[in-house]
Write a protein that binds this ligand. Sequence first.
Ligand SMILES: NC(=O)c1ccc[n+]([C@@H]2O[C@H](COP(=O)([O-])OP(=O)(O)OC[C@H]3O[C@@H](n4cnc5c(N)ncnc54)[C@H](O)[C@@H]3O)[C@@H](O)[C@H]2O)c1
Length: 387
Amino acid sequence: MARTLRVGMIGCGFMGKAHSNAWRQVPHFFPLKARVEMHTICGRDRARVEADRGLLGWQFAVTDWREVVESPLIDIVDINTPNDSHAEIAIAAARAGKHVLCEKPLALNVKQAEAMFAAAQKAKVVHMVCHNYRRVPAIALARRMIGEGAIGEIYHFRARYAQDWLADPEYTLKWRLDKGISGSGALGDLNVHIIDLARYLVGEFKEVSGLMHTFIKERPLIGASGKGQGQAPKAIEKKGKVTVDDAATFIGRFDNGALANLEATRVALGRKCHIAVEINGSRGSLYFDFEDMNRLKFFNNDDPKDRQGFRDVLVTQPNGIHPYIAHWWGAGHVLGYEHSFIHAVADFVNACVEGKPVHPTFEDGVKNQQVLEAVELSAKKGQWVKV
Ligand SMILES: NC(=O)c1ccc[n+]([C@@H]2O[C@H](COP(=O)([O-])OP(=O)(O)OC[C@H]3O[C@@H](n4cnc5c(N)ncnc54)[C@H](O)[C@@H]3O)[C@@H](O)[C@H]2O)c1
């Protein structure tokens, strides 16, 4: 009889919804090594968390995360709160012997991330950062192809994660614009995902040179004004200071000699969730765009010269041909954003049963955080910084 792993999920906003969907779907599509029970959901507001409990499919609802962490019934703690609370919750959960899945960025800074990694290691629990894009089938295929040498020695990694929701100056001063809660802006919110992909696909960063900029320096306070987030306009406009970057861009060098060029912005009008990655090697190139996430473009320099060009690989072949697809539909029956979370949760659950590490671990979280900190320091000093 398979054992049962009971999950407690903390935070029920955007990611709470995505993770709940993953926990709900995963046992119906993946052969898990344990049964999964969606036990407790935790939010701060009693009425809202109770409504979310019913809507998202959890058995119990609580308003204090300590109840989840301390409950002897819970095996897995899934952290979906804003960034300033990740460390405290994850460390408490690990000390209580729970396996921990934590949203990105792992922490506010390297010191916190290291403490989280140390606590998880000491407690011998399984730990994972939810960099879900690693488990988009096209990205997993890119990793496999690079490992097989399909594009040869890597020369360039170029990635851009661009969104436009902060181009509206009326967007209110939410937690993502407050450095004390978020740690940084586009850097830790978006760049961290493509930093993680760079490390996953190419290797470790050696040094970086960064730029960070805040274009809109003041925004309406929540509840004070404006059109932002559907709030009714009021006569008096009250604004507060934005303490994070709207955009963060850097160039760098990997340990293996490849060059890096990464850009993250939340003010690129017309760009919604534009994660574009291009990798050029000595034998070929790969290109991925999340807004067309079922496809991987592949240029193979070994193709006959008269018919060379980027091949358009629809990454939906079942029967073990393309990663994760065997558990879904027939060829060409495309997947979406939510599947990346289901894949992450499937691998995480099986790792918990086996007691084995599952990438990206908190150690990856520490390494990603080291790159974030190096970019921030470089932007501040106007100098190259070693990672
Ligand atoms: N993997 C991804 O692609 C991805 C996408 C978006 C956000 N994130 C990350 O997920 C985390 C949450 O982001 P979000 O977009 O869901 O934010 P959100 O603002 O939509 O939701 C945050 C939730 O946490 C709750 N919360 C805050 N403090 C709490 C506490 N002490 N106890 C219990 N609940 C608390 C809030 O009430 C809210 O329900 C962040 O770390 C963010 O960076 C990751």
